[in-house]
Ligand binder design. Sequence first.
Ligand code: GTR
Length: 421
Amino acid sequence: MIKERKHVSLFAIIFLSLVFDCSKSSAQPVQGWTASKETVESLSKPGIEFNYHEEKVSAYSLPDVLKSQDGKKISSQRQWVSLRRNEILELFRSNVFGRVPETSYKTAFKIVNTDKNAINGTASLKQIEILITAGGKELVIDLTLFTPNNSKKPSPAFLLINNRGPANTDPLRKVKSEFWPVEEAIARGYAMAVFANSDVDPDNYDEFKNGIHILLDKNPRPDDAWGTLAAWAWGASRCMDYLVTDKDIDAHKVAVVGHSRGGKTALWAGAEDTRFAMVISNESGCGGAALARRKYGETIARINTAFPHWFCTNNKKFGNNEDALPLDMHMLLALAAPRALYVDCASEDLWGDPRGSYLALYNAVPVFNLLGIKSDIPETMPPLNKQIISGNVAFHIRDGSHNMLLKDWNWFMDFADIVMK
Ligand code: GTR
Protein backbone atom coordinates (compact mmCIF):
# COMPACT_ATOMS: atom_id res chain seq x y z
CA MET A 1 0.00 0.00 0.00
CA ILE A 2 1.33 3.46 -0.80
CA LYS A 3 0.31 6.92 0.20
CA GLU A 4 -0.81 9.27 -2.55
CA ARG A 5 2.16 10.59 -4.46
CA LYS A 6 3.27 13.66 -2.62
CA HIS A 7 6.14 14.99 -4.68
CA VAL A 8 5.76 18.32 -6.40
CA SER A 9 7.08 17.72 -9.87
CA LEU A 10 8.94 20.14 -12.04
CA PHE A 11 5.91 20.09 -14.33
CA ALA A 12 3.72 21.15 -11.42
CA ILE A 13 5.91 24.15 -10.78
CA ILE A 14 5.89 25.09 -14.46
CA PHE A 15 2.15 24.49 -14.65
CA LEU A 16 1.38 26.64 -11.64
CA SER A 17 3.51 29.44 -12.96
CA LEU A 18 1.77 29.19 -16.33
CA VAL A 19 -1.64 29.76 -14.82
CA PHE A 20 -0.77 33.05 -13.18
CA ASP A 21 -3.77 35.35 -13.11
CA CYS A 22 -2.58 38.61 -14.66
CA SER A 23 -5.91 40.36 -14.13
CA LYS A 24 -5.08 41.00 -10.50
CA SER A 25 -2.91 44.00 -9.64
CA SER A 26 -0.36 41.97 -7.69
CA ALA A 27 0.30 38.75 -9.62
CA GLN A 28 -1.00 35.83 -7.55
CA PRO A 29 -0.82 32.20 -8.62
CA VAL A 30 -4.32 31.03 -9.59
CA GLN A 31 -5.55 28.45 -7.14
CA GLY A 32 -6.48 25.04 -8.40
CA TRP A 33 -10.20 24.28 -8.29
CA THR A 34 -11.92 23.87 -4.95
CA ALA A 35 -15.62 23.37 -4.39
CA SER A 36 -17.43 26.61 -3.65
CA LYS A 37 -18.63 27.10 -0.10
CA GLU A 38 -22.17 27.69 -1.35
CA THR A 39 -22.25 24.40 -3.26
CA VAL A 40 -20.88 22.50 -0.26
CA GLU A 41 -23.41 24.11 2.05
CA SER A 42 -26.35 23.63 -0.28
CA LEU A 43 -25.62 19.90 -0.48
CA SER A 44 -24.76 19.40 3.20
CA LYS A 45 -28.30 19.74 4.52
CA PRO A 46 -29.00 18.58 8.09
CA GLY A 47 -29.67 14.85 8.14
CA ILE A 48 -27.71 14.25 4.90
CA GLU A 49 -25.29 11.41 5.59
CA PHE A 50 -22.94 12.13 2.67
CA ASN A 51 -19.77 14.14 3.07
CA TYR A 52 -19.03 17.18 0.90
CA HIS A 53 -16.41 18.77 3.16
CA GLU A 54 -12.85 18.22 1.99
CA GLU A 55 -11.51 18.57 5.52
CA LYS A 56 -13.68 15.63 6.64
CA VAL A 57 -12.13 13.19 4.19
CA SER A 58 -10.22 10.74 6.40
CA ALA A 59 -6.63 9.76 5.63
CA TYR A 60 -6.41 6.77 3.34
CA SER A 61 -3.80 4.68 1.56
CA LEU A 62 -4.20 3.55 -2.00
CA PRO A 63 -3.13 0.10 -3.18
CA ASP A 64 0.05 0.37 -5.23
CA VAL A 65 -0.92 0.13 -8.89
CA LEU A 66 2.66 -0.90 -9.67
CA LYS A 67 3.04 -3.70 -7.15
CA SER A 68 1.81 -7.23 -7.93
CA GLN A 69 -0.42 -9.08 -5.52
CA ASP A 70 2.56 -11.07 -4.25
CA GLY A 71 4.39 -7.82 -3.53
CA LYS A 72 6.63 -7.66 -6.61
CA LYS A 73 7.55 -4.19 -7.92
CA ILE A 74 6.32 -3.79 -11.51
CA SER A 75 9.10 -1.98 -13.28
CA SER A 76 8.87 -3.01 -16.92
CA GLN A 77 6.36 -2.86 -19.69
CA ARG A 78 6.52 -6.65 -19.96
CA GLN A 79 5.62 -7.13 -16.28
CA TRP A 80 2.68 -4.74 -16.65
CA VAL A 81 1.33 -6.48 -19.75
CA SER A 82 1.89 -10.07 -18.70
CA LEU A 83 1.15 -9.81 -15.00
CA ARG A 84 -0.13 -6.66 -13.34
CA ARG A 85 -2.70 -5.55 -15.91
CA ASN A 86 -4.37 -8.98 -15.82
CA GLU A 87 -4.35 -9.01 -12.03
CA ILE A 88 -6.07 -5.63 -11.91
CA LEU A 89 -8.64 -6.64 -14.54
CA GLU A 90 -9.43 -9.73 -12.48
CA LEU A 91 -9.76 -7.64 -9.31
CA PHE A 92 -12.34 -5.42 -11.02
CA ARG A 93 -14.17 -8.43 -12.49
CA SER A 94 -14.34 -10.18 -9.12
CA ASN A 95 -15.13 -7.21 -6.91
CA VAL A 96 -16.73 -4.43 -8.94
CA PHE A 97 -18.24 -4.91 -12.39
CA GLY A 98 -18.49 -8.69 -12.52
CA ARG A 99 -17.52 -11.22 -15.11
CA VAL A 100 -19.00 -11.74 -18.58
CA PRO A 101 -20.47 -15.26 -18.76
CA GLU A 102 -18.66 -17.68 -21.05
CA THR A 103 -21.84 -18.65 -22.95
CA SER A 104 -21.20 -18.60 -26.69
CA TYR A 105 -23.27 -16.39 -28.95
CA LYS A 106 -23.39 -15.26 -32.55
CA THR A 107 -23.28 -11.71 -33.89
CA ALA A 108 -24.68 -10.48 -37.22
CA PHE A 109 -24.93 -6.98 -38.68
CA LYS A 110 -27.70 -5.63 -40.86
CA ILE A 111 -27.61 -2.13 -42.31
CA VAL A 112 -31.27 -1.14 -42.19
CA ASN A 113 -31.05 2.47 -43.36
CA THR A 114 -28.54 4.70 -45.13
CA ASP A 115 -28.56 8.33 -46.17
CA LYS A 116 -25.51 9.63 -48.03
CA ASN A 117 -26.86 13.15 -47.89
CA ALA A 118 -27.37 13.68 -44.19
CA ILE A 119 -26.68 16.97 -42.37
CA ASN A 120 -26.92 19.14 -45.51
CA GLY A 121 -24.80 16.72 -47.46
CA THR A 122 -21.85 16.88 -45.06
CA ALA A 123 -22.34 13.42 -43.60
CA SER A 124 -23.52 9.90 -44.32
CA LEU A 125 -25.89 8.12 -41.98
CA LYS A 126 -25.98 4.39 -41.42
CA GLN A 127 -28.35 2.62 -39.06
CA ILE A 128 -27.18 -0.83 -38.18
CA GLU A 129 -28.92 -3.63 -36.32
CA ILE A 130 -26.48 -5.71 -34.33
CA LEU A 131 -28.19 -9.03 -33.82
CA ILE A 132 -26.98 -11.25 -30.97
CA THR A 133 -28.28 -14.81 -30.83
CA ALA A 134 -27.74 -17.48 -28.20
CA GLY A 135 -29.73 -20.55 -27.16
CA GLY A 136 -32.57 -19.74 -29.57
CA LYS A 137 -33.04 -16.24 -28.16
CA GLU A 138 -32.07 -12.94 -29.74
CA LEU A 139 -31.26 -9.35 -28.81
CA VAL A 140 -30.90 -6.35 -31.11
CA ILE A 141 -28.61 -3.37 -30.44
CA ASP A 142 -29.39 -0.42 -32.73
CA LEU A 143 -26.26 1.44 -33.73
CA THR A 144 -26.52 4.87 -35.38
CA LEU A 145 -23.46 6.13 -37.24
CA PHE A 146 -22.68 9.41 -38.99
CA THR A 147 -19.44 9.71 -40.97
CA PRO A 148 -18.03 12.89 -42.55
CA ASN A 149 -18.43 13.01 -46.35
CA ASN A 150 -15.43 15.19 -47.09
CA SER A 151 -12.86 12.78 -45.68
CA LYS A 152 -10.60 10.92 -48.10
CA LYS A 153 -9.46 8.54 -45.36
CA PRO A 154 -11.38 6.42 -42.85
CA SER A 155 -12.43 8.73 -40.00
CA PRO A 156 -11.65 8.63 -36.30
CA ALA A 157 -14.86 8.10 -34.32
CA PHE A 158 -16.56 8.67 -31.00
CA LEU A 159 -18.89 5.92 -29.76
CA LEU A 160 -21.35 7.22 -27.17
CA ILE A 161 -22.98 4.88 -24.66
CA ASN A 162 -26.29 6.74 -24.44
CA ASN A 163 -27.93 6.50 -21.04
CA ARG A 164 -30.31 9.40 -21.60
CA GLY A 165 -32.95 8.29 -24.05
CA PRO A 166 -33.47 8.66 -27.80
CA ALA A 167 -34.19 12.41 -27.80
CA ASN A 168 -30.44 12.95 -27.52
CA THR A 169 -29.54 10.92 -30.57
CA ASP A 170 -32.13 11.68 -33.26
CA PRO A 171 -30.88 10.07 -36.51
CA LEU A 172 -32.98 12.54 -38.51
CA ARG A 173 -31.34 15.48 -36.71
CA LYS A 174 -34.65 17.24 -36.20
CA VAL A 175 -33.96 17.23 -32.48
CA LYS A 176 -30.43 18.27 -31.56
CA SER A 177 -28.78 17.76 -28.21
CA GLU A 178 -25.44 18.87 -26.82
CA PHE A 179 -25.22 15.41 -25.32
CA TRP A 180 -24.32 14.04 -28.76
CA PRO A 181 -23.29 17.00 -30.93
CA VAL A 182 -23.09 15.30 -34.30
CA GLU A 183 -22.98 18.43 -36.47
CA GLU A 184 -20.01 19.87 -34.59
CA ALA A 185 -18.10 16.58 -34.61
CA ILE A 186 -18.68 16.05 -38.34
CA ALA A 187 -17.42 19.59 -39.01
CA ARG A 188 -14.22 18.67 -37.17
CA GLY A 189 -13.73 15.45 -39.15
CA TYR A 190 -15.02 12.92 -36.63
CA ALA A 191 -17.53 10.13 -37.12
CA MET A 192 -20.18 9.84 -34.41
CA ALA A 193 -21.66 6.52 -33.34
CA VAL A 194 -24.19 5.85 -30.60
CA PHE A 195 -26.21 3.03 -29.06
CA ALA A 196 -28.73 3.04 -26.23
CA ASN A 197 -27.55 1.25 -23.10
CA SER A 198 -31.13 0.04 -22.55
CA ASP A 199 -30.96 -2.04 -25.77
CA VAL A 200 -28.39 -4.21 -24.02
CA ASP A 201 -29.91 -4.24 -20.55
CA PRO A 202 -32.76 -2.06 -19.25
CA ASP A 203 -31.63 0.18 -16.39
CA ASN A 204 -33.78 -1.26 -13.64
CA TYR A 205 -33.46 -3.92 -11.02
CA ASP A 206 -35.42 -6.93 -12.19
CA GLU A 207 -33.15 -9.70 -10.91
CA PHE A 208 -31.51 -9.89 -14.34
CA LYS A 209 -34.60 -11.27 -16.05
CA ASN A 210 -34.26 -9.18 -19.19
CA GLY A 211 -31.78 -7.75 -21.71
CA ILE A 212 -28.68 -9.70 -22.58
CA HIS A 213 -28.89 -11.61 -19.28
CA ILE A 214 -31.67 -13.85 -20.60
CA LEU A 215 -29.40 -14.91 -23.45
CA LEU A 216 -26.10 -15.37 -21.68
CA ASP A 217 -26.43 -15.71 -17.91
CA LYS A 218 -25.82 -19.01 -16.15
CA ASN A 219 -28.17 -19.65 -13.24
CA PRO A 220 -27.79 -19.44 -10.34
CA ARG A 221 -25.77 -16.28 -10.90
CA PRO A 222 -22.43 -16.36 -9.05
CA ASP A 223 -21.43 -13.45 -6.81
CA ASP A 224 -19.06 -12.22 -9.49
CA ALA A 225 -21.61 -12.42 -12.32
CA TRP A 226 -21.73 -9.30 -14.45
CA GLY A 227 -23.98 -6.45 -13.45
CA THR A 228 -25.74 -4.03 -15.75
CA LEU A 229 -22.74 -1.69 -16.21
CA ALA A 230 -20.60 -4.61 -17.41
CA ALA A 231 -23.43 -5.63 -19.75
CA TRP A 232 -23.49 -2.12 -21.24
CA ALA A 233 -19.70 -2.19 -21.62
CA TRP A 234 -20.04 -5.52 -23.43
CA GLY A 235 -22.61 -3.82 -25.70
CA ALA A 236 -20.05 -1.12 -26.53
CA SER A 237 -17.70 -3.89 -27.64
CA ARG A 238 -20.38 -5.38 -29.90
CA CYS A 239 -20.71 -1.94 -31.52
CA MET A 240 -16.94 -1.94 -31.91
CA ASP A 241 -17.24 -5.35 -33.61
CA TYR A 242 -19.28 -3.56 -36.26
CA LEU A 243 -17.12 -0.42 -36.45
CA VAL A 244 -13.99 -2.42 -37.23
CA THR A 245 -15.77 -3.76 -40.34
CA ASP A 246 -16.84 -0.34 -41.67
CA LYS A 247 -14.41 1.04 -44.24
CA ASP A 248 -15.41 4.61 -43.40
CA ILE A 249 -14.09 4.22 -39.86
CA ASP A 250 -10.48 4.16 -38.75
CA ALA A 251 -10.75 1.23 -36.36
CA HIS A 252 -7.51 2.25 -34.65
CA LYS A 253 -9.03 5.60 -33.69
CA VAL A 254 -12.29 4.89 -31.91
CA ALA A 255 -13.03 6.63 -28.60
CA VAL A 256 -15.63 5.25 -26.21
CA VAL A 257 -17.51 8.01 -24.37
CA GLY A 258 -19.99 7.96 -21.52
CA HIS A 259 -21.66 10.31 -19.09
CA SER A 260 -22.15 9.45 -15.42
CA ARG A 261 -23.36 5.82 -15.30
CA GLY A 262 -22.31 5.76 -18.94
CA GLY A 263 -18.91 7.15 -17.89
CA LYS A 264 -18.39 4.30 -15.43
CA THR A 265 -19.33 2.00 -18.29
CA ALA A 266 -16.93 3.66 -20.75
CA LEU A 267 -14.05 3.14 -18.32
CA TRP A 268 -14.90 -0.53 -17.96
CA ALA A 269 -15.42 -0.96 -21.71
CA GLY A 270 -11.97 0.53 -22.34
CA ALA A 271 -10.46 -1.73 -19.67
CA GLU A 272 -11.97 -4.93 -21.07
CA ASP A 273 -11.57 -4.03 -24.74
CA THR A 274 -8.25 -2.56 -25.78
CA ARG A 275 -9.49 -1.94 -29.33
CA PHE A 276 -10.78 1.40 -28.01
CA ALA A 277 -7.99 3.88 -28.66
CA MET A 278 -9.38 6.44 -26.27
CA VAL A 279 -11.60 6.34 -23.19
CA ILE A 280 -13.66 9.34 -22.07
CA SER A 281 -15.22 9.37 -18.64
CA ASN A 282 -17.56 12.33 -18.24
CA GLU A 283 -18.53 12.91 -14.58
CA SER A 284 -18.47 9.19 -13.82
CA GLY A 285 -18.14 9.58 -10.03
CA CYS A 286 -18.60 6.65 -7.65
CA GLY A 287 -17.86 3.32 -9.34
CA GLY A 288 -16.17 5.31 -12.11
CA ALA A 289 -13.22 7.66 -11.80
CA ALA A 290 -13.75 8.80 -8.18
CA LEU A 291 -11.55 7.20 -5.53
CA ALA A 292 -13.79 5.03 -3.34
CA ARG A 293 -11.70 5.47 -0.20
CA ARG A 294 -12.41 9.21 -0.05
CA LYS A 295 -16.10 8.57 0.68
CA TYR A 296 -16.89 12.02 -0.68
CA GLY A 297 -20.37 12.41 -2.19
CA GLU A 298 -21.83 9.11 -3.38
CA THR A 299 -20.52 6.00 -1.63
CA ILE A 300 -20.36 2.29 -2.43
CA ALA A 301 -23.10 1.55 0.11
CA ARG A 302 -25.42 4.14 -1.43
CA ILE A 303 -24.82 3.21 -5.04
CA ASN A 304 -25.53 -0.47 -4.39
CA THR A 305 -28.71 0.38 -2.52
CA ALA A 306 -30.03 2.77 -5.16
CA PHE A 307 -28.83 0.68 -8.11
CA PRO A 308 -28.54 -2.94 -6.92
CA HIS A 309 -28.19 -4.14 -10.51
CA TRP A 310 -25.17 -2.06 -11.59
CA PHE A 311 -22.30 -3.98 -10.01
CA CYS A 312 -21.65 -7.61 -9.11
CA THR A 313 -22.94 -8.97 -5.80
CA ASN A 314 -19.41 -9.03 -4.36
CA ASN A 315 -19.24 -5.23 -4.59
CA LYS A 316 -21.84 -4.92 -1.85
CA LYS A 317 -19.29 -6.25 0.67
CA PHE A 318 -17.36 -3.01 0.38
CA GLY A 319 -20.16 -0.67 1.40
CA ASN A 320 -18.91 1.19 4.51
CA ASN A 321 -15.84 -1.03 4.19
CA GLU A 322 -13.85 0.73 1.47
CA ASP A 323 -10.46 0.04 3.02
CA ALA A 324 -11.02 -3.68 2.46
CA LEU A 325 -11.13 -3.14 -1.32
CA PRO A 326 -8.06 -4.70 -2.94
CA LEU A 327 -8.19 -1.89 -5.52
CA ASP A 328 -9.23 1.71 -6.01
CA MET A 329 -10.33 3.63 -9.05
CA HIS A 330 -6.87 4.90 -10.05
CA MET A 331 -6.30 1.26 -11.02
CA LEU A 332 -9.35 1.31 -13.29
CA LEU A 333 -7.98 4.42 -15.00
CA ALA A 334 -4.57 2.77 -15.30
CA LEU A 335 -6.17 -0.01 -17.36
CA ALA A 336 -6.61 2.55 -20.16
CA ALA A 337 -2.84 3.06 -20.41
CA PRO A 338 -1.00 3.58 -22.66
CA ARG A 339 -4.03 4.60 -24.74
CA ALA A 340 -5.62 8.03 -24.48
CA LEU A 341 -7.68 8.77 -21.37
CA TYR A 342 -9.90 11.79 -20.67
CA VAL A 343 -11.50 12.38 -17.28
CA ASP A 344 -13.73 15.37 -16.67
CA CYS A 345 -15.97 16.69 -13.92
CA ALA A 346 -18.37 19.56 -13.23
CA SER A 347 -17.95 22.09 -10.45
CA GLU A 348 -21.42 21.66 -8.93
CA ASP A 349 -21.41 17.89 -9.25
CA LEU A 350 -19.92 17.15 -5.85
CA TRP A 351 -21.94 13.92 -5.70
CA GLY A 352 -19.42 12.67 -8.29
CA ASP A 353 -16.35 13.84 -6.29
CA PRO A 354 -14.34 15.91 -8.79
CA ARG A 355 -11.23 15.98 -6.62
CA GLY A 356 -11.38 12.21 -6.06
CA SER A 357 -11.63 11.75 -9.83
CA TYR A 358 -8.65 13.99 -10.47
CA LEU A 359 -6.58 12.24 -7.79
CA ALA A 360 -7.39 8.88 -9.36
CA LEU A 361 -6.03 10.19 -12.65
CA TYR A 362 -2.96 11.59 -10.91
CA ASN A 363 -2.32 8.20 -9.29
CA ALA A 364 -2.80 6.36 -12.61
CA VAL A 365 -0.14 8.42 -14.39
CA PRO A 366 2.85 6.28 -13.24
CA VAL A 367 1.47 3.46 -15.40
CA PHE A 368 1.40 5.67 -18.50
CA ASN A 369 5.00 6.60 -17.78
CA LEU A 370 6.05 2.98 -17.31
CA LEU A 371 4.53 2.23 -20.70
CA GLY A 372 6.58 4.96 -22.32
CA ILE A 373 3.89 7.63 -22.74
CA LYS A 374 5.33 10.46 -20.76
CA SER A 375 2.69 12.24 -18.72
CA ASP A 376 3.06 14.49 -15.74
CA ILE A 377 0.16 16.26 -14.13
CA PRO A 378 0.41 18.18 -10.86
CA GLU A 379 -1.31 16.95 -7.72
CA THR A 380 -3.11 20.28 -7.50
CA MET A 381 -6.25 20.34 -9.61
CA PRO A 382 -6.33 22.76 -12.54
CA PRO A 383 -8.57 25.83 -12.22
CA LEU A 384 -12.14 25.81 -13.49
CA ASN A 385 -12.53 25.52 -17.28
CA LYS A 386 -8.79 25.01 -17.91
CA GLN A 387 -8.07 21.84 -19.81
CA ILE A 388 -4.85 20.04 -19.04
CA ILE A 389 -3.29 17.62 -21.47
CA SER A 390 -0.12 15.71 -20.73
CA GLY A 391 0.96 12.83 -22.93
CA ASN A 392 -2.08 10.58 -23.28
CA VAL A 393 -4.06 11.91 -20.33
CA ALA A 394 -6.37 14.91 -20.20
CA PHE A 395 -8.67 16.49 -17.64
CA HIS A 396 -10.97 19.43 -17.14
CA ILE A 397 -13.45 20.62 -14.58
CA ARG A 398 -16.25 22.60 -16.20
CA ASP A 399 -18.36 25.15 -14.42
CA GLY A 400 -21.93 24.10 -13.75
CA SER A 401 -23.96 21.03 -13.07
CA HIS A 402 -23.98 17.32 -13.87
CA ASN A 403 -24.31 17.04 -17.65
CA MET A 404 -22.34 16.49 -20.84
CA LEU A 405 -22.34 19.64 -22.93
CA LEU A 406 -20.87 20.89 -26.18
CA LYS A 407 -18.22 22.66 -24.10
CA ASP A 408 -17.09 19.26 -22.79
CA TRP A 409 -17.18 17.70 -26.26
CA ASN A 410 -15.09 20.56 -27.69
CA TRP A 411 -12.41 19.78 -25.14
CA PHE A 412 -12.65 16.05 -25.92
CA MET A 413 -12.18 16.86 -29.60
CA ASP A 414 -9.23 19.19 -28.88
CA PHE A 415 -7.55 16.27 -27.12
CA ALA A 416 -8.53 13.85 -29.89
CA ASP A 417 -7.05 16.25 -32.46
CA ILE A 418 -3.70 15.68 -30.72
CA VAL A 419 -3.83 11.99 -29.91
CA MET A 420 -6.06 10.53 -32.64
CA LYS A 421 -5.35 12.53 -35.77
C1 GTR B 1 -27.01 9.07 -10.00
C2 GTR B 1 -26.04 8.06 -9.48
C3 GTR B 1 -24.67 8.36 -10.03
C4 GTR B 1 -24.70 8.65 -11.52
C5 GTR B 1 -25.94 9.37 -12.00
C6 GTR B 1 -26.20 9.35 -13.50
O1 GTR B 1 -28.26 8.95 -9.47
O2 GTR B 1 -26.06 8.12 -8.08
O3 GTR B 1 -23.77 7.34 -9.70
O4 GTR B 1 -24.48 7.51 -12.23
O5 GTR B 1 -27.07 8.90 -11.40
O6 GTR B 1 -25.98 8.35 -14.18
O7 GTR B 1 -26.63 10.38 -14.00
